[in-house]
Design a protein around this ligand. Structure first.
Ligand SMILES: NC(=O)c1ccc[n+]([C@@H]2O[C@H](COP(=O)([O-])OP(=O)(O)OC[C@H]3O[C@@H](n4cnc5c(N)ncnc54)[C@H](OP(=O)(O)O)[C@@H]3O)[C@@H](O)[C@H]2O)c1
Length: 323
């Protein structure tokens, strides 16, 4: 595993981190299987884990707490998220700051997450949604400052809404944000336009999330893919999205070098961008975890292949189903 500096915090984080949404609440999760994968990730050098209170109302955080207690000798960076008070994803311009992140709500959920994790202090807390109209509101900045001064958090971040990578830039300019989490993958290259240059300028860490486009870039989706009832992906991969997602994934196949898989291609594309501090694939299965971590050792793809993949940029706009 190779490590990168996590912005101005100076932390050395693994290039491949661990996304913990799926194991918290997607259908088909099995806690024993998830824990086995998590332990293996730690053994293989993964030291950055991304969770949230909302991933199973604390379930994913509690699993991470178990992992931390089993590896007291290792430095494991813990990132969690505060849900918006109105519990609505994503944030919309009409949502008021008071209904989303009032200071007492920020404090309450940091304390809840710490309890679930079994920690007195966590490394990174992130707002789980954001609308940049809140940037100038000083109350969130003061709340984060207080949490840092009181030793409950070390750093603070924003998890940016799907397909709106510029919708946090004013907040970054306030100086109160140490890290951003953003969708960045072969299709979603648009964080490179405005967001990454500002992160570089202000030394803000970048967490690249959804490296497989929620499954499209694993190459496993078909025009008939369906998930068990209650799985959020039925609402995301609506027919219109499923069809174009499969078509976009199929268009990549001829570019995959012999012996490489599409997930490996997807991760090694992201590794080529040094603005990214860590990539957090969502994983539950041991095999996936081992394969994804191996991508760090294999390293970034060859520049010629990156050039060809860049032509597969797919700019999308938030819609009623994009969540
Ligand atoms: N608003 C937000 O803040 C937000 C939103 C979305 C995601 N996130 C964070 O980002 C993380 C990653 O996003 P995601 O989990 O939604 O999507 P993702 O990483 O794009 O895709 C996850 C899917 O890929 C599968 N997979 C993983 N490795 C694979 C491999 N090597 N081969 C084949 N399939 C593989 C997983 O299967 P298994 O699960 O069965 O292993 C899972 O179905 C989340 O876990 C979460 O921590 C944050």
């Amino acid at each position: 595993m190779h490590y990168r500096t996590f912005g101005r915090t100076g932390w050395q984080v693994s290039e491949i981190g661990y996304g913990m949404w799926g194991l918290g609440e997607w259908t088909g999760s099995d806690d024993d299987e998830s824990l086995q994968s998590l332990h293996r990730a730690v053994e293989l050098g993964c030291n950055f884990f991304d969770t949230a209170w909302s991933y199973g109302s604390g379930h994913s955080e509690k699993i991470l707490g178990q992992l931390l207690r089993a590896h007291p000798d290792k430095k494991i960076y813990v990132a969690s998220k505060i849900p918006p008070k109105n519990l609505k994803w994503p944030a919309r311009p009409e949502y008021r700051f008071e209904d989303s992140y009032p200071p007492d709500h920020i404090r309450e959920y940091v304390e809840r997450s710490l309890k679930n994790l079994g920690l007195e202090r966590m490394d990174l807390i992130q707002f789980h949604t954001w609308d940049d109209s809140w940037a100038g509101e000083e109350r969130w900045q003061r709340a984060l400052d207080d949490l840092k001064r009181n030793g409950l958090i070390v750093a603070a971040g924003i998890s940016i809404n799907r397909w709106e990578p510029a919708n946090a830039i004013q907040a970054l300019r306030t100086g109160a944000v140490d890290a951003v989490q953003v969708i960045y993958n072969i299709f979603d290259q648009n964080p490179e336009d405005e967001l990454f240059p500002i992160c570089r300028e202000l030394d803000i860490a970048v967490i690249a999330r959804v490296p497989f486009d929620e499954g499209t870039l694993t190459g496993a989706l078909t025009f008939d893919s369906k998930w068990p009832e209650g799985d959020w992906r039925n609402g995301y991969f609506v027919p219109e999205n499923l069809k174009s997602s499969v078509e976009h994934a199929e268009a990549l196949r001829p570019l995959i070098p012999p012996g490489m898989t599409m997930p490996e291609l997807a991760l090694r594309f992201i590794l080529a961008n040094l603005d990214v501090s860590t990539i957090i694939p969502g994983m539950r299965k041991l095999k996936n975890t081992e394969m994804n971590i191996a991508a760090s050792e294999a390293g970034a793809l060859e520049p010629d292949l990156i050039k060809k993949l860049r032509q597969h940029r797919w700019d999308r706009q938030p819609t009623s189903w994009s969540q």
